[in-house]
Design a protein around this ligand. Sequence first.
Ligand SMILES: Cc1cc2nc3c(=O)[nH]c(=O)nc-3n(C[C@H](O)[C@H](O)[C@H](O)COP(=O)(O)O)c2cc1C
Length: 142
Amino acid sequence: MTPPTGAAAAQRIEGVVEHGDERGRLLGFPTANLGVHGQDLRDGVWAGLVEVDPGTGRATTHVAAVSVGHRPTYYDRTGERLLEANLLDFSGDLYGRRVIVHLITRLRPQRRSTGSEELVTQLRADVAAVREWAAGAGHSGS
Ligand SMILES: Cc1cc2nc3c(=O)[nH]c(=O)nc-3n(C[C@H](O)[C@H](O)[C@H](O)COP(=O)(O)O)c2cc1C
C-alpha cells in the first residue's frame, strides 16, 4: 500500500513513538503514542494510515484507528494531550521507531466513558468503522 498524497492527506504528523502507560495493551488495543502538545490538530477519533520506518528500505504502511486528545475517561484537561494510533493487524514493537501518521477521516469526538469496559466496546466499534472506511477507500490491510 502506498501512503496518501495530495488532497487525500488531511493531516500529517511525524514523530518517534513514545512509551505510553501500557493500558492500551491491557485493553486489547495497543497504541503507538506521539506527544502532540500545542500542535494544531483537531481532537477526536480518526481513520488513517501510519507509515512505519518511512524513508528506509523496510518502510511499511498500515491502516489505523487514531485518537487525538486528553483521554477524558482517565484524565481531565490538564492531562497530557496525545496522539495514539492502533495499527490494525499489526503486531510488533514500535517504541523508538519513526512514524508518519495521516489523519484522513474524523469519525467522532473524544468521549468520557464510564470505565474501561465501556471504552473497549467503543474501541471495537471504532475499529469496525475504520475497517469499513479502509475497504471503501481501497486500503487493504497493511
Ligand atoms: C481508536 C481509539 C479511540 C479512543 N477514544 C477514546 C475516547 O473517546 N475517550 C478516551 O478517554 N480515550 C480514548 N482513547 C484512548 C484510550 O483511553 C487509550 O488508548 C488507553 O487508555 C491506553 O492508553 P496508553 O496507550 O497510554 O496505555 C482512544 C484510543 C483509541 C486507539
